[in-house]
Design a protein around this ligand. Structure first.
Ligand SMILES: Cc1ncc(COP(=O)(O)O)c(C=O)c1O
Length: 445
């Protein structure tokens, strides 16, 4: 019904673009938009969220264990008691009490920091964007693990930075490969602006930088005059007891640390932070002002209340146990079902496993067939900027239940087995049209 009478309501339609004005818009885009492309993960979301598909694709935290009633009560009290502040503009630096509490959170990873050096952001993604905006001119080089986090690659691309990947092994970023990459880039006369690294429970690699490598990586960067950006949203989600020491705890001058409440509390609140030396922090505050004036006061104050009224460390333990159980279910299912020739990482925390299929398998081309078999993953190429990753895929164990993980891995193993059979027979997999649910058409990430 329409609001004016009995006419059936016509939902608002998105504006149709004629071919002519689409071209006109595109011609007017700034050059930097060439580096902005939709990620494969986004393209996948619609298909992977159908109930019949077991999605091992998305990296959504499992929020089912949060005490929603008591958080709801706290939010209501916050607005009733302190609404004039919570619903008002705040400073671009962030709510002072929360910045103090963030220092307590980081202390768990050995970091000593002053609240003034913390800048609160709308998720660590915003921190990544701001850091890149501050440091990168077009053509500047950023070193990043290969593979690396899609959202970071997106930000780097948006500022026309060039990404040079550095290889990892089971112990994380390889110091020798880092030295070689630095020498090679410098030989080409290009400027390296920073090393972007995810030392703990890597997304998508599922790998952790070995403690003995940490000082080496810091030393190499310091010697070469390269800043280190440590992105650590999963650091407190380890499955084996004590958290790893943050790189920032070993070098306060040359490391900028990005943190987040997305995985340890609630991703929808969009609260993260950057811990940076003064000269960088001042620019961060100005950058935040120009982007959003200030991060949302309400969600910062919700996080602050949560930290002071709830057993947040106990809640993190609950998350750790849940994710450990899910990791175990995925490891057991991979062991049981995966065909000979597939290998995968064994994460000791976080959300992700990185699987490598045998030569000849193209995980991007295989994805529509997997979705037809009601299982989804993210193919590896989206995590690189150099076309690598065609035999790889990211599997996440954070969101599906253990039963669904087991079933998803079983389905995936069937798809891979069939694919490998075709590779053996034809040397390559013939392309065919896919019946059943429309497969996603992942655009290049
Ligand atoms: C490595 C990494 N960095 C940053 C982010 C962004 O997190 P936030 O929700 O704090 O923006 C993610 C989210 O998945 C991530 O995996």
């Amino acid at each position: 019904m329409s609001e004016h009478g009995n006419q059936p309501a016509t939902p608002e339609q998105p504006a149709e673009n004629s071919v002519r004005n689409l071209d006109a818009y595109r011609a007017a885009y700034a050059e930097r938009t060439a580096g902005m492309t939709a990620s494969e993960i986004r393209a996948l979301f619609a298909v992977a969220s159908r109930p019949e598909v077991v999605s091992l694709a998305g990296g959504m935290p499992n929020l089912a264990a949060l005490p929603l009633d008591s958080i709801g009560g706290e939010v209501a009290r916050l607005i009733a008691e302190d609404g004039q502040v919570a619903l008002q503009y705040g400073s671009a630096h962030g709510v002072p009490e929360l910045r103090e509490q963030i220092c307590d959170v980081m202390a768990l990873e050995g970091i000593t920091a002053h609240p003034d050096d913390v800048v609160v952001t709308a998720g660590s993604q915003m921190g990544l964007d701001m850091i890149t905006r501050i440091f990168c001119d077009p053509g500047d080089v950023i070193l990043a693990e290969g593979p690396s986090y899609v959202g970071a690659l997106g930000s780097f691309g948006a500022y026309q930075a060039e990404i040079v990947h550095v290889a990892m092994d089971d112990d994380g970023l390889q110091p020798d490969a880092l030295r070689e990459a630095i020498a090679e880039v410098q030989q080409q006369g290009k400027r390296i602006k920073f090393l972007y690294t995810i030392p703990n429970f890597h997304n998508p690699g599922g790998i952790t930088l070995a403690p003995e490598r940490r000082p080496q990586i810091l030393e190499i960067c310091k010697e070469a005059g390269i800043l280190v950006i440590e992105d650590n949203p999963y650091g407190l989600l380890g499955f084996d007891g004590k958290p790893y020491q943050a790189l920032r705890s070993m070098d306060a001058d040359n490391v900028v640390y990005l943190g987040s409440f997305s995985k340890t509390f609630a991703s929808g609140l969009r609260v993260g932070w950057v811990l940076a030396p003064l000269a960088i922090r001042e620019k961060l505050v100005l950058t935040a002002e120009s982007a959003t004036l200030c991060p949302p006061t309400l969600t910062q104050m919700i996080v602050s209340r949560y930290l002071s009224t709830h057993d947040w460390q106990g809640q993190i333990k609950i998350f750790q146990e849940q994710y450990r159980e899910r990791r175990d279910a995925m490891m057991a299912a991979l062991d049981q079902y995966m065909p000979e020739g597939c290998t995968w990482t064994k994460p000791d925390g976080g959300f992700f496993v990185w699987l490598t299929a045998p030569e000849g398998v193209d995980t991007k081309a295989m994805l529509p067939r997997a979705v037809t078999q009601r299982v989804a993953y993210v193919s590896g190429t989206g995590f690189y900027k150099n076309g690598f990753g065609s035999r790889q895929m990211r599997l996440s164990f954070c969101y599906p239940t253990t039963d669904r993980i087991r079933e998803g891995v079983r389905r995936l193993a069937n798809v891979l087995t069939e694919e490998m059979e075709l590779v053996r027979t034809f040397g390559t997999v013939p392309q065919r049209s896919v019946p059943g649910p429309q497969a996603p058409s992942p655009d290049t990430a």
